[in-house]
Write a protein that binds this ligand. Structure first.
Ligand code: HSE
Length: 428
């Protein structure tokens, strides 16, 4: 029976989940046997859910990466630069296959690392970097290579989806729910990466690059997080028949690939609206397929470790295939910035001082920029005489709603910054 020998660097939630899975490999359907040559992490003595005393310890991940007994270097340290990048580069140069769950590393340096892997005739695999346990990277790269893809959208951050779902369902505050997501192992070590949209943006950029054979340029990705979304937004949207979630999108346009992440509102019967909690989902639309949607656990040690294991199992028969599915005869396209002219309906929430003429000044400001109201909902003022107003607009350009929102923000009656969230009208 063939044996694949791993060096595992990074023993956080996912690293420990992987060790557990290796120890339970008799229950799995692997093509051969997996051994662990050694492990490495920042701290050897930290309390962990698995006993690592039986594994050879390496203080330095890069030394483990190039160890002669290692066939596959598994990088679970995280971070786009620094020790993770260095160790992966050393592994590839030493002709070791690399499996990583590191979305930041792949989003920022994936195509340089792809080149290094190809130069050294080894595989670089990162199924676990996008959507945790949902198998989407190789599905997009291989199974859907016969589809001309138009759009890849999804929910790619379990923490943010957990936040928006739980806040709406339980009325708990943003901070309480975020703390729970950290405890459950969904959130990154630095949860700012989750709530700022950055984690989802890394994943969206990787998917867009694969789907459209695009040169990954992370600087062109537009990123907005859920850190500005308030409970009142979720509640008012709900009363208007909408769900607000952090949505990722990669779209092929005539000029290139637009990739973005941000809160989006959608009707409750929209396919993405029903994906709740820490679940992730990816929806691929193209010809002649139509649409396919993959949904499942996108965060947490078990699901993510299972995706790492799936990559490791492929390495019993390495292919040295481009991890992004690129080939010399493909026409590469570029990432481009989102355009102001793009059109959508919007959910707009404004807090108004409860006094005569406040609402009129709001609708006048919108009308001045050609933003027309489709639905409007106003709540009674709270103790501080501030009244939240939610508006669903007719379709308008992003440029117009942004200028109108700046004008609304400057109104005497307006309290705090307005919330502006595009509405995805796709129904199924
Ligand atoms: N922090 C990530 C999430 C984990 O919440 O989705 C998987 O990348």
């Amino acid at each position: 029976m063939k044996t694949v020998r791993l060096g595992i660097a990074g023993l956080g939630h996912v690293g420990c989940g992987l060790i557990e899975l290796v120890e339970r490999q008799a229950e799995l359907r692997l093509p051969g046997k997996i051994e662990i040559v050694g492990v490495s992490a920042r701290s050897r003595s930290r309390n962990r859910p698995v006993d690592i005393s039986g594994y050879t310890w390496f203080d330095d991940a890069a030394t483990l990466a190039e160890h002669p007994d290692v066939d596959v270097f598994v990088e679970l340290m995280g971070g786009s630069d620094g020790p993770a990048k260095f160790a992966v580069e050393e592994a590839l140069k030493a002709k070791k296959h690399v499996v990583t769950a590191n979305k930041a590393l792949i989003a920022m340096h994936g195509q340089a690392l792809e080149q290094l892997a190809q130069d050294n005739d080894v595989d670089l695999m990162f199924e676990a970097a996008v959507a945790g346990g949902v198998p989407v990277v190789r599905v997009l790269r291989d199974s859907l290579s016969g589809v001309a893809i138009r759009r890849v959208s999804g929910i790619l951050n379990g923490t943010c989806n957990y936040l928006t779902t739980q806040m709406l369902d339980t009325g708990r505050s943003y901070d309480q729910v975020l703390e729970e997501a950290q405890r459950l192992g969904y959130a990154e070590a630095d949860p700012t990466l989750d709530v700022s949209g950055m984690d989802a943006a890394h994943k969206a950029a990787i998917l867009a690059s694969i789907a459209f054979t695009a040169d990954l340029d992370f600087n062109k990705v537009s990123v907005k997080g859920v850190d500005t979304v308030e409970l009142i937004d979720l509640n008012l949207a709900d009363r208007l028949g909408l769900r607000i979630k952090l949505i990722t999108e990669g779209i092929l346009t005539d000029d290139g690939v637009v990739c973005r992440v941000g809160p989006m509102a959608m009707p409750v019967d929209h396919p993405l609206a029903r994906v709740d909690g820490a679940l992730n989902t990816v929806r691929v639309e193209g010809d002649p397929l139509g649409a396919v949607t993959l949904t499942g656990p996108g965060a947490g040690p078990g699901p993510t470790a299972s995706a790492v294991m799936g990559d490791v199992s492929k390495l019993f028969t390495p292919t040295a295939r481009s991890p992004f599915g690129r080939a010399p005869h493909h026409t590469a396209c570029s990432f481009i910035a989102a355009k102001e002219a793009e059109r959508s309906a919007y959910f707009l929430r404004v807090k108004l001082a409860d006094k005569p003429g406040a609402l009129a000044s709001l609708t006048e400001a919108l009308a001045a920029h050609d933003v027309s109201v489709d639905k409007l909902l106003q709540e009674s003022a709270d103790d501080s005489d501030v009244s939240p107003v939610a508006i669903v607009t007719h379709v308008c350009s992003r440029g117009d709603i942004e200028t109108a929102s700046a004008r609304v923000s400057a109104l005497e009656a307006s309290v705090g910054a307005p919330q502006v969230i595009p509405i995805d009208a796709v129904n199924e």
